[in-house]
Design a protein around this ligand. Structure first.
Ligand code: PAF
Length: 282
């Protein structure tokens, strides 16, 4: 299948308008490139729900609070287009930074979800950058649905909030995390792990499982977390930013397991130069 590549907002609007004139529903999968099987599952999910799938590929500078992270973000458009050609993608929106943020751009979307928690506490401005760019992508494409991975659960939570608050006529579709066979959640950042770090990286998921098993068995979250964090940091390779159990519905901190709260365990940790995040439902 040939994939149309739109570089400008009028181009992507035309493509979507034509699809809609033909009575098609449109699904958006926002990405920053570096495509892997996790993205493909988002695309397949969009394809199972919609007639026309738009994949956006844009490394959004405003969501990086560390310049080094932005500069090292793995991106290769030719490679991404090759990956997409084997999927149900119908069109790609790959704008330049100036198309998205022209001179004089002065608007920022902030979702005020209360206290700074999880990644919001450690990456100042990150979610404003995400909220701003996804709002633009939703308005630029006019898609009917947009798919987001549960791996970035806080992002999914914030995006759902902004769509509801701004009455954007689009449905957010959560898609489960895709994992390697050893449990490591797929992420474009995994490509930056050294071979030795790659062998250690699945411990992140194991730490989540340790907490989940313990709290399911009745242990208090704070105790289970202290044990899992000590285990994870024991050989001084991981530096844990946070390890917490929170409600999947409200993101409020939880001390005891109660299914009604839809508990999830969340972690972010640095392994060498790579910051990894993950979460699981308990
Ligand atoms: O999850 C990502 O890859 C990015 O945060 C997103 C949603 C594409 C916005 O730049």
């Amino acid at each position: 299948m040939t994939i149309d590549v739109a570089r400008s907002i009028p181009e992507i609007r035309n493509i979507v308008a034509k699809a809609k004139q033909d009575g098609q529903t449109v699904g958006l999968v926002p990405t920053m490139g570096g495509l892997h099987a996790g993205h493909i599952s988002l695309i397949e999910h969009a394809g199972s729900l919609c007639d026309h799938v738009v994949v956006s590929v844009f490394v959004n500078p405003t969501q990086f609070n560390r310049k080094e992270d932005f500069e090292n973000y793995p991106g290769n458009e030719a490679e991404d287009l090759k990956v997409l050609s084997g999927t149900c993608t119908n069109s790609v929106f790959a704008p330049s930074a100036t198309e998205v943020y022209p001179e004089g751009f002065a608007t920022s979307v902030t979702v005020s979800t209360g206290d700074k928690i999880l990644c919001d506490a450690h990456r100042p401005g990150h979610f404003d950058g995400v909220a701003t760019v996804v709002t633009k992508l939703f308005l630029q494409t006019g898609a009917d649905i947009a798919c987001f991975g549960e791996k970035d659960y806080q992002q999914l939570f914030i995006v759902k909030r902004l769509v509801a608050d701004l009455n954007i006529p689009l449905r957010i579709e959560p898609v489960p995390t895709v994992r390697e066979t050893d449990g490591l959640a797929l992420s474009s950042r995994n490509a930056r792990l050294t071979p030795e770090e790659r062998l250690l990286a699945p411990r992140l998921h194991r730490a989540l499982e340790q907490v989940a098993d313990a709290v399911r068995g009745g242990e208090a979250a704070s105790l289970a977390i202290a044990k899992a964090q000590t285990w994870l940091e024991s050989d001084n390779r991981f530096d844990v930013e946070y390890l917490e159990m929170r409600s999947g519905k409200t993101l409020e901190i939880l001390e005891r397991h109660d299914e009604q709260d839809e508990p999830r365990v969340f972690i972010a940790a640095n392994l060498g130069k790579v910051r990894l995040i993950d979460n699981i439902g308990v």
